[in-house]
Ligand binder design. Structure first.
Ligand code: WT7
Length: 655
């Protein structure tokens, strides 16, 4: 309770004006919003000049709702924009990546000139293996430089990458490979996590049993672990890539050339292949990186502490920073690989100037204690960013005081896999910030918070977040499913994009993001579908029915709680603890360990409305220990008693 009061107080009272020092040197200068508002398309045309074009576009936006084309008559090459042009401009000796391994002492420094040679070799190798423009290439990789090199090499050829997070199961990998019919896979033998090697290749081998169209697998040697090998199909990176020429002549592609796919969970069981194209995406990631992260290529050492398996890694480790030509830290390990101060040691040692991470990680670091950040010199930091879920004011304050030493603006950035780039965020040097507020849409972006009927709301009101105009980095659709694209995002509020998030304007008219309003959960900044997990549970032989809800959790934001009814034969088994553990493992292997339920509650029945719909709201109340709300629509009064019983079971079994 005291905590809730503190948060309310912070929300009401705290405001941080930008420091004059930061403002004077900020990339974003006053007048920027007015400039963009006066002519949003003109604004984006101007921002597109950040890119190196082979043919400069004359068109800006073509909008045939819900399908947008940006800069469509321009031509360019994405990897040239990330690498070649910096080398051509004489900046080849600048460090692109300080790569830091999980193990202390193992590091690599890669300059832009070296990155260019690596990308050229990889592009030549992929060409030799048969990759052509328009192909889809799946990637299942640890956080090593070759992951970035592979992405850039793929798009250099005009092909698309589809990076699948290394924590996903073989099943999840297979379904993604099949959905977009990838014929190539790039992976590694394994990955290091807190000093232990964990294999990756076996999951690929397993997945490929059901993917007959995959013709080549390129494998980076990382852990030296034993691997099974399919001759003719499998190729070692160090054999095929390293013998290639370090020259590769890039081809020019149309602005709307497909760039990548990123699968994400929606409200149904099937993950969606979110599809992005080249020039609009690159323009907006470059622009937002420049203004929101205040990129200073000659002095910054930036660290987006995310995995390249997520959109944050794509946009703000690979494309945004590289187009801006900054130096980055790329770290393979966990925050506590070799001690709970590992992050702070990295910041001290490399003079990191910008740190971008998720609230769930901030809360974990906070829980470990102030002594860890306090024991290190973090004075190189000048900007902090947060992404992935609403940040609670307490964590925001800790980030500001303990990490930023009250001296760094915090940018709380709202966006999605679908939006491709940042959409709502303070602008450092301009915005007054508030702990937990996204503040306002970025220049060139138009949003509205609306009520159920789509009416625009005003100060002090809350409802649904919509985006009212197309933006350059917006997804061009769900791969292979245009109808689902329309249904999911464009049907609820005709003409506007519905993000699936609740939001409110405070009394100043500033925006606060309130989390998902659909059947999507946000666990540690990872997006999970309740339906997908229910599907996995029901797929288990012992389960009759399952309902999954996201319950609030101090550390992970939300946590997965599942209510499960067992089939009659399993029901009679008295070893419920064993069944519960089996089910948790089942979900972890079917989807990923992130999806593993924090808690599974066995119940003889699920509460349903008269029309047979599971009452999730009620289950969420149970999972969050709230008193029961309106239960008059329940079929059967005995179910009410059952729910009360569930509450008791839940209270006594909580971790
Ligand atoms: C969902 C998108 C964008 C990269 C990471 C997640 C939530 C994201 C914030 C924020 C409040 C946020 C939203 C959104 N979200 N950033 N700063 N404040 N909520 O990408 O997996 O596509 O998930 O994450 O609910 O819809 P994603």
């Amino acid at each position: 309770m005291a905590e809730a009061k503190l948060e309310a107080w912070l929300e009401e009272n705290r405001r941080y004006a930008p420091s004059p020092d930061f403002s004077a040197r900020a990339n974003a200068q006053p007048g920027i919003y007015e400039l963009a508002d006066a002519d949003p398309e003109g604004w984006w045309r101007q921002q597109a000049e950040r890119l190196t074009w082979d043919q400069t576009p004359t068109k800006i936006l073509e909008w045939d709702a819900p399908f947008a084309r940006w800069f469509s008559d321009g031509t360019l090459n994405a990897s040239v924009n990330c690498v070649d042009r910096h080398v051509a401009a004489g900046r080849g000796d600048q460090v692109a990546f300080h790569w830091i391994a999980d193990a202390v002492g193992e590091t690599r420094t890669i300059t832009y000139a070296q990155l260019l040679e690596m990308v050229a070799q990889a592009a030549n190798a992929l060409q030799e293996l048969g990759v052509r423009a328009g192909d889809r290439v799946a990637m299942y990789m640890p956080m090593i430089p070759e992951a970035v090199v592979a992405m850039l090499a793929i798009v250099r050829l005009g092909a698309m990458h589809s990076v699948v997070f290394g924590g996903f199961s073989a099943d999840a990998l297979a379904s993604r490979i099949l959905d977009s019919d990838c014929h190539f896979v790039i992976t590694a033998d394994g990955a290091f996590r807190r000093g232990t090697a964990s294999p990756l290749k076996p999951a690929v081998d397993e997945a490929l049993k059901s993917c007959p169209n995959v013709q080549a697998v390129l494998v980076v040697r990382r852990t030296e672990g034993e691997v099974d090998w399919v001759p003719g199909r499998d190729h070692w990176w160090h054999e095929v890539v390293q013998r290639q020429s370090v020259q590769h002549r890039p081809e020019s592609f149309p602005a709307e050339q497909p760039l990548f796919l990123m699968y994400t969970s929606g409200t149904t069981a099937k993950p969606k292949g979110i599809f992005h194209t080249t020039a609009g995406y690159l323009t907006q990631v470059a622009t937002t990186y420049f203004y929101v992260f205040d990129a200073k290529p000659d002095s910054d050492v930036c660290w987006t502490a995310a995995d390249i398996g997520w959109i944050t890694g794509h946009s703000y480790i690979v494309y945004g920073p590289l187009i801006n030509g900054v130096t980055q830290v790329m770290y393979e390990g966990l925050p506590d690989s070799d001690g709970k101060d590992r992050w702070w040691r990295i910041i001290e040692e490399y003079g990191v100037t910008m740190l971008y991470t998720a609230p769930t990680t901030i809360r974990t670091l906070m829980k470990w204690g102030d002594e860890y950040p306090q024991s290190r010199d973090l004075s190189s930091l000048r900007l902090l960013g947060s992404v992935g879920e609403p940040i609670n004011p307490e964590a925001w304050m800790w980030y500001r005081e303990q990490v930023g030493r009250n001296n760094c603006p915090i940018v709380d950035t709202w966006w999605q896999t679908e939006t491709g780039a940042l959409m709502i965020s303070p602008l450092p040097g301009i915005s007054v910030t508030k702990p937990g507020a996204g503040m306002r849409a970025l220049p060139g972006i138009q949003v509205a918070i609306v009520d159920n009927e789509g009416r625009h709301l005003g100060k002090g009101e809350g409802g649904y977040l919509t985006i009212t105009h197309p933006w350059p980095s917006m997804t061009r659709g769900i791969y292979g499913d245009p109808e689902r694209f329309f249904e999911t995002y464009w049907s609820r509020f005709p003409g506007s994009y519905f993000a699936g998030d609740g939001a409110k304007y405070d009394s100043d008219g500033d925006i606060w993001l309130l989390g998902r309003v659909d059947d999507v959960m946000n666990v540690s900044g990872h997006r999970l579908s309740t339906t997908e997990i229910e599907h996995a549970l029901v797929g288990h032989h012992a389960v009759a029915e399952a309902a999954v809800v996201g319950a609030s959790d101090d550390l992970t934001g939300q946590a997965v709680v599942a209510f499960v009814t067992l089939k009659a034969h399993s029901e009679t088994s008295d070893d419920h603890a064993a069944i519960i553990e089996q089910l948790r493992i089942h979900v972890a292997t079917q989807i990923s360990p992130i999806a593993r339920p924090r808690q599974i509650i066995l119940t003889p029945e699920l509460p349903k409305t008269r029309s047979g719909k599971i009452m999730r709201r009620l289950l969420r109340d149970v999972a969050e220990h709230r008193s029961l709300g309106d239960v008059t629509t329940l079929t059967d009064p005995t179910v009410v008693a059952m729910i009360a019983g569930l509450m008791e079971i839940h209270a006594s079994s909580d971790d």
